[in-house]
Write a protein that binds this ligand. Structure first.
Ligand SMILES: [Zn+2]
Length: 635
């Protein structure tokens, strides 16, 4: 181990990662390096070599969908054709939008525009029904904003002003490529900004979105259509579904939808349609000439503090592996994820669930009946490990004419996926669907399915390795598994039952006690100064509860290990959160991410557990000490 002046008792994160942090360089084309990002870069490198070999015909696979992924990959690499065509492939849709002068004209072709990827006055889609997780529902929500959150629109928010200036400058330059006159370009841009400013006052903030169970607001379709008039939502539903048009809609952000007609009726219709035009133009740029593609990414680069775009080859790989995510993930899993590792991690998951049940049974703030319900919920959690056994039919439907230009190809592929999503409305939910592909470095809990997913790509060092000690693996992937399970009982997940239905299964006093503990977790993080900003305890509470639960359950397992090494456990916990990020990106995450900064994830939770104090002899004199009465362990 490298000698370092920082004592582990004062700063676990720095003591473990300090040497690395001194020398690590963030790649020019990425906002972060270290931890998750390193694994992600490793997968990228490995899979790009695979794609190269497939494209060169040096390799074949028995996964047929990969052929299309490779065709798309090659298409992106052919920049010469796109440079020659310039803006031409985007013109038909832009001209169509330019011709829409009234709400009636919009209503007549709204269904078609939706499938072409145009932003309607409200966003619509099909999702799992929170109240009945076996069924789907039709959801309605307000438009997306230019800036990452409503808070950026506050009078005193300087980065909001700067970012809006970057966006405006980019949009003006992109509009100069269109057939619009100079005066029209100015008008369209001003209107787009005015529409965005109107919407920003109505839509939910990231903090409001973070309480996702509050999205379930069933409303009568006629009533919603009354709010969205003169945009004819009923006609859109009929055009999409005919006789089978849904009668009840789920409104995700009622505040925005209820005041909709105010922001695009009368004179405001121009604001909306010009906003939609600018959006359609910007959305097309990644698939046009290299000049337009680079220009269209200016704002995203500024937001993340990234100075250059990834190479064309990286862009080609990412576009193709995102569009064909499941087949690519299955290929990755079959090629790089061993059966032995899979068996080992599945056994670890079951051990963690069993231990969670024991802890739940010993819980001191729940009544017996609530404990029983919680244990039932734990018993029915489904585990998705590595990658799916079979590839769903939608992925083989993603076919295209290889003679076409990239933009129409991308629109066609997105339309197929959009149709598939809309067609699910009257079909039962398929619980065997995976939310994340095998090559993604991440993990998740789905409250509607009560299942957890661990893609093969996260099952690597430092999270997990057969060659690491059991203690290290518990501090890495073990705590992540415990984290995902804890989402079943965080401030959101606690509102769903074992079937994934939004239903109150708590005794009132139990829920009040849980909320009191939740409040304690909010207070632990709220207002911590970080890179010139402050952490929001409320925004990050669900993830902090999950980290707390993940640590509690894995430390419990440590108690039973004959060769438990608590120091190794905590060190590996700090290692997985090792990260260096661009300043702009840190500010973006602070305002919009439900996860706490990685330094705090590493350093805050250990002090809630006695094992931390014993492992390193931490006392009142040390920075990473908190008094026993302030320590919180919820699950
Ligand atoms: Zn989480």
């Amino acid at each position: 181990m490298t000698e370092t002046k920082i004592r582990i008792q004062d700063d676990l994160y720095q003591a473990v990662n300090g040497e690395w942090l001194k020398t690590a360089v963030i790649p020019e084309d990425r906002p972060t390096t270290g931890g998750f990002s390193d694994l992600d870069q490793g997968v990228e490198k490995l899979m790009m070599a695979e794609f190269r070999a497939f494209a060169a015909g040096e390799k074949t696979t028995d996964i047929p969908e990969i052929r299309y992924a490779i065709a798309l990959y090659k298409k992106v690499l052919d920049a010469e054709r796109r440079n020659r065509e310039g803006i031409a492939p985007a013109l038909p849709l832009l001209e169509k939008l330019r011709g829409i002068k009234t709400p009636e004209a919009l209503n007549a072709q709204a269904a078609e525009l939706l499938l072409e990827g145009v932003e309607l006055p409200v966003q619509v889609g099909v999702s799992e029904d929170m109240e009945n997780a076996e069924k789907h529902c039709f959801v309605v929500l307000g438009p997306d904003l230019i800036l990452p959150d409503t808070t950026y629109y506050a009078e005193d928010n300087e980065s909001g002003k700067q970012l809006l200036a970057v966006w405006s400058d980019m949009a003006a330059k992109v509009l100069a490529f269109t057939p619009l006159s100079e005066a029209e370009q100015k008008q369209y841009l001003a209107d787009a900004l005015a529409f965005d400013a109107l919407v920003a006052r109505k839509v939910k903030s990231q903090l409001e979105w973070s309480e996702y169970y509050k999205c379930h607001n069933p409303m009568d379709a006629d009533e919603v259509a009354g709010f969205t008039a003169p945009f004819d939502l009923k006609k859109l539903l009929e055009d999409l579904y005919g006789e089978a048009a849904p009668k009840t809609l789920i409104v995700y952000d009622p505040k925005a939808v209820k005041e909709m007609n105010g922001y695009y009726s009368g004179e405001n219709f121009d604001l909306y349609i010009h906003w939609a035009y600018v959006n359609a133009m910007l959305k097309a740029t990644p698939f046009l000439s290299e000049e337009l593609a680079a220009l269209g990414k200016t704002y995203k680069r500024a937001l993340r503090g990234v100075s250059v775009d990834p190479s064309l080859e990286k862009q080609a790989y990412h576009l193709a592996s995102d569009m064909y995510a499941e087949p690519v993930g299955v290929y990755y899993g079959r090629t790089y994820f061993g059966e032995e590792a899979k068996k080992d991690v599945v056994a670890m998951v079951h051990k963690i669930i069993d231990t969670y049940k024991l802890r739940m049974a010993k819980n001191t703030f729940l009544a017996a009946s609530t404990k029983e319900q919680a244990i039932k919920k734990l018993s029915t959690i489904e585990v998705k490990m590595g990658y799916p056994d079979e590839i769903k039919p939608i992925w083989s439907k993603l076919v295209f004419d290889e003679q076409d230009s990239l933009l129409p190809i991308m629109r066609k592929l997105r339309e197929i996926r959009q149709r598939d999503m809309l067609d699910k409305l009257h079909k039962p939910v398929d619980r065997t669907e995976w939310l994340m592909p095998g090559h993604m470095v991440n993990a998740c809990y789905n409250p509607s399915a009560n299942d957890i997913t661990f893609p093969a790509a996260i099952l690597q060092k430092p999270f997990y390795a057969l060659s690491q000690s059991a203690s290290e693996n518990l501090g890495g992937i073990g705590a992540v598994i415990g984290h995902e399970i804890s989402h079943a009982f965080d401030n959101n997940g606690a509102n769903f039952d074992e079937h994934g239905n939004l239903k109150n299964w708590w005794k009132e006093a139990d829920f009040a006690a849980f909320q009191e503990l939740t409040k304690g977790m909010i207070e632990q993080f709220d207002g911590i100064e970080f890179h010139g900003g402050k952490v929001s305890g409320e925004l990050t509470v669900s993830e902090n509860i999950a980290d707390n639960g993940g640590m509690g359950v894995t430390l419990e397992i440590m108690h039973g290990l004959p060769d438990a090494d608590y120091q190794a456990y905590f060190k590996n916990w700090a290692r997985v959160w090792c990260q260096k990020a661009k300043e702009e990106y840190i500010r973006l995450l602070l305002a919009s991410d439900v996860h706490s900064p990685t330094v705090l994830r590493a350093n805050m939770q250990p002090r809630n557990f006695p094992e931390w104090y014993d492992a390193f002899g931490v006392t009142e004199q040390d920075q990473m000490y908190i008094a026993p009465e302030k320590r919180i362990s919820i699950w």
